[in-house]
Design a protein around this ligand. Sequence first.
Ligand code: ZN
Length: 111
Amino acid sequence: MATGDEEKRAVDEATFREANERIRATERRLEPPLERVPYLCECDEVRCHEPIRLTADEYERVREDGATFLIVPGHSTAGDVIAQHDRYVVVRKQGDGGEVARALDPRKEDS
Ligand SMILES: [Zn+2]
């Protein structure tokens, strides 16, 4: 099993998620709010900065699960595609990658 690799990918993707959480926090203070906010693709390519425009509802749905990430269609990531939309896909990480992703979830309530 290439566990180390999976974990590293999950850590990289969690970094993008943190950036997106800051974007979300900023967006909450906008008056009037934007209809669609440019979030960052959370794929495992660390140089990827491709924006994905989502409504607040769309973004919140991805964040409900600590192991799911927001990806530009066709970008590289490990995991199962659980939802496919025109502008983005939602990928859930499995195994060690999923565990790391959940452990790093900025929204998790325990500990
Ligand atoms: Zn990407």
